[in-house]
Design a protein around this ligand. Structure first.
Ligand code: AHR
Length: 492
């Protein structure tokens, strides 16, 4: 069948938050240490210890925000251990991620320096699980206050006179699990208390993000919205795409077509999660003031054989690119409620955008999707209706073609499409009034196999290339999407 997509350019009103294209870097494996931070003495080119190559790559995709220091790590992290002279900082055991010693050489100043180099907004996740209200309150004061106090004097003593004025603060992470194993009711009360003492300072009004549900825990969302909705700006959602089971996860690079479809079906479940959690939020917040913040999403496969198990290093293939394209289309299409999303994680961990090995750096297929999709950042969502072929597995179904579209500030239309079909091309008709836009161009990301990937020897095996398969037609466009591809079209 021909897939039909109808795009209503005249109804493009809702802004796609650029923060949907956000990232997450935890003290886990080689994400921070080695992947981002190598220390000033390293032979790897760096600025105050931060890798220059990684910074340039992330700037190129206009990284809008970075979430830190975790993840589960956040609820064991005591921020005062990560300030002051690096050699005097106490070490700690990173109990969540392999039990290795963390030397705290990357702390608040280094993280905020990294965000300044990237030109992105910091998103700091506070410790609720094993911390105190006072500890989080003082962290916010240390980072954001311009008035004289012991905290701001300590900051100045550590080399930073001016407050950073960080807006995004998470009040705990996965408080239903690694962040304290709390019940929704208990956490809701805790959130209320912590949120009060995480103060606003002049020109530094906080965007407070409450710990939201795991996957389909609608009771958690209902409880948080009913008991604390008025005090939060965002509510998080965590969902990972895990083929197989949590105990026996599928492999990242060595997989068959059945695992391809299983993975993409599971990725598509994000549509149901966002829709249903939004519906619960709508009951309490019909004005849609509170954002759904999907601050952990992406694929989670079995760790690569030979890698350190607690480091969550996995290869990244074309399949990950399709998961990214599909997920970002879902977030764009729910721009009314999804204010932010953060893929897990930026470098060397889970669905990473970047891999490093010593001084070498590699861009994964997922990186290229973020590069191609950056045209949607801050643009107006064009509502889409689709009538597409589908696929099924174990009684679950999903469409084979995924789409989102936007109108940018210069009047250009961008349409991002994914063809999930592993083997067959998909013909597509796009019904759209393009007005006077007659210049059509496109970019495609695909590969010769479902598990095509980049390696240090062949770093551009999966890389964007010009796409010339679309044509203007009466009433819009026609195109044929090659199998297993992500395509972004521009009409100007
Ligand atoms: O991203 C890895 C881990 O997954 C995070 O630390 C935690 O929040 C989630 O369970």
């Amino acid at each position: 069948m021909t897939n039909t997509i109808t795009l209503a350019v005249e109804k493009a009103e809702r802004k796609i938050s650029r923060h949907i294209y956000g990232h997450f870097a935890e003290h886990l494996g080689h994400c921070i240490y080695g992947g981002i931070f190598v220390g000033e003495g390293s032979p790897i080119p760096n600025t105050r210890g931060i890798r220059n190559d990684v910074v340039s790559a992330l700037k190129k995709i206009r990284i809008p925000n970075l979430r830190w220091p975790g993840g589960c790590f956040a609820d064991e992290y005591h921020w005062q251990d990560g300030i002051g002279p690096a050699q005097a900082r106490p070490k700690m055991v990173n109990t969540n991620w392999g039990g290795f010693s963390e030397d705290n050489s990357f702390g608040t100043h280094e993280f905020l320096d990294l965000c300044a180099l990237l030109g992105c907004e910091p998103y700091i996740c506070g410790n609720v699980g094993s911390g105190t209200v006072r500890e989080l309150s003082q962290w916010v004061e240390y980072v954001n206050s311009g008035a004289q106090s012991p905290m701001t004097e300590l900051r100045a003593h550590n080399g930073r006179q001016e407050p950073w004025k960080t807006r995004y603060w998470g009040i705990g992470n996965e408080s239903w699990g690694c962040g304290g194993n709390m019940r929704a009711e208990y956490y809701a009360d805790n959130f209320r208390r912590y949120a009060v003492y995480a103060r606003n300072y002049p020109d530094a009004r906080l965007y407070r993000i409450a710990c939201g549900p795991s996957e389909g825990d609608y009771h958690w969302t209902e409880t948080l919205m009913a008991r604390a909705g008025g005090l939060m700006d965002g509510l998080s959602l965590h969902y990972y795409t895990v083929p197989g089971t949590w105990l026996e996860k599928g492999a990242a690079a060595d997989f068959d077509t059945a695992a391809w479809y299983e993975t993409l079906l599971k990725a598509f479940f994000m549509e149901e999660l966002v829709t249903r959690h939004s519906a619960v939020m709508d009951k309490h917040d019909p004005q849609k003031r509170v954002g759904l913040v999907v601050d952990e999403w992406g694929t989670w496969f079995r760790a690569e054989p030979g890698s350190t198990p607690g480091f969550l290093f996995q290869q990244s293939t074309l399949r990950d690119a399709l998961v990214a394209g599909l997920s970002l289309n879902i977030f764009n299409n729910h721009a009314d409620r999804v204010h932010m999303a953060n893929i897990a994680q930026t470098v060397n961990v889970l669905q990473a955008l970047i891999h490093t090995e010593g001084e070498k750096m590699l861009l994964t297929p997922t990186y290229h999707v973020f590069d191609m999709y950056q045209v949607h950042q801050g643009a107006l969502l064009i509502p889409a209706q689709t009538l597409c072929a589908g696929f099924e597995q174990n009684g679950r179904a999903a469409p084979l073609v995924s789409v989102s579209a936007s109108l940018d500030g210069e009047g250009r239309v961008h349409i991002s499409l994914c063809n999930i079909d592993a083997e067959a091309p998909q013909p597509v008709t796009v019904d759209i009034d393009l007005g006077g836009r007659t210049r059509l161009s496109g970019t495609i990301l695909t590969g010769d196999a479902i598990n095509s990937r980049n390696t240090y020897d062949e770093p551009s095996r999966v890389a964007p290339a010009p796409f010339r398969g679309a044509a203007l037609a009466k009433g819009g466009l026609t195109l044929t999407l090659p199998p297993r591809s992500v395509v972004v079209l521009e009409a100007a």
